[in-house]
Unconditional design. Structure first.
Length: 315
């Protein structure tokens, strides 16, 4: 029992010292947000706003030349028109063909070359640089070089084919049957350097002790590749597959420079179709509708690829 005399009088709420709102932690937090604010403003202006505005335009009819006052809401008419557009289906077909061919072929070639280069071959650094230079080079320069190589009569490729008795070699970029194939060859070659560098980085992280143990157990080089290298490169392969898939659906620069989507729309893809409708035909609403369909396709393909690779990794 505590006597009344022994009780300590607690300070009343009014007599307690008030805690300042603008204390030191709040000042530091405010200073941090103040320094970060330009970044967030740029993200909002250059990232979030264009996306939302594009979504709004996909439900509108807008001639770019007429200014903002000519925007007219038309609901789902752009999407209805899109699925009745033969050029859209041609672009979608070309894009899927481009993706299905360039992604696996490019990754397989990059994996084989990276394993060979990583095996301490003579001139290892030279091969890394030689393969990486096309990736960092200007697309205009690459396009000009390949345009000369693909020349129907004077190009080295057709001259080489003529020497081997092929009297009627392809016209490549000017041929409806070979224009998209020509673009795919350049794209695979140009992206090879980046993929090789990423694969070599993944190979470097594989411990040498695993290969030494496999050699002691008598495993062949092929067995080591399929039992050690490929499984441990799964995260790297997953990363490259997803990024290459996304890039394949966004191909534009090579087509714009070399073929302009032709001849006869044989090399038109979805991004070039967006460019045509938006900046040549000035139908920004219809172009926005195509861009959102492309966004959904990329999202679905990326999600399916990630799920499949994650499922196979667990197995």
């Amino acid at each position: 029992m505590i006597n009344n005399s022994e009780r300590v009088a607690l300070p009343s709420a009014a007599s307690r010292p008030k805690r300042a709102f603008w204390n030191q932690p709040r000042k530091e937090a405010f200073a941090g947000w103040l320094f970060l604010s330009p970044v967030y403003v740029c993200i909002l202006i250059l990232g979030v706003f264009p996306v939302l505005f594009s979504l709004f335009l996909s439900f509108c009819q807008w001639n770019l030349v007429g200014g903002l006052s000519s925007i007219k809401v038309i609901g789902l008419d752009n999407f209805k028109l899109l699925f009745e557009d033969d050029k859209f289906y041609m672009a979608l077909k070309n894009n899927l063909t481009y993706t299905v061919i360039t992604v696996p072929i490019g990754l397989v070639l990059a994996l084989i070359l990276s394993v060979l280069i990583h095996a301490r071959v003579f001139g290892q650094s030279y091969f890394k640089i030689a393969f990486f230079i096309p990736y960092i080079s200007s697309i205009t320069a690459l396009g000009a070089i390949w345009s000369a190589l693909y020349h129907p009569s004077l190009g080295p490729i057709n001259q080489f084919l003529l020497r081997f008795g092929i009297t009627n070699p392809p016209k490549w970029l000017a041929d409806t049957h070979y224009s998209l194939t020509s673009i795919m060859i350049i794209a695979i070659w140009a992206a090879l350097g980046y993929q090789i560098i990423i694969f070599i980085a993944g190979l470097t992280n594989i411990p040498d002790e695993l290969y030494e143990a496999a050699n002691m157990d008598g495993a062949s080089s092929f067995q080591q590749f399929f039992r050690i290298t490929l499984p441990l490169l799964a995260p790297t392969t997953s990363f490259l597959t997803i990024t290459t898939l996304m890039s394949s659906f966004k191909v534009f620069d090579l087509i714009a420079f070399l073929t302009g989507g032709g001849p006869n729309d044989s090399s038109t893809v979805l991004v070039y179709r967006i460019y045509e409708e938006g900046f040549q035909n000035f139908r920004m609403g219809y172009a926005s509708a195509i861009s959102w369909v492309l966004f959904l396709i990329i999202g679905i393909v990326t999600l399916l690829t990630y799920r499949l690779q994650k499922h196979s990794a667990y197995e």
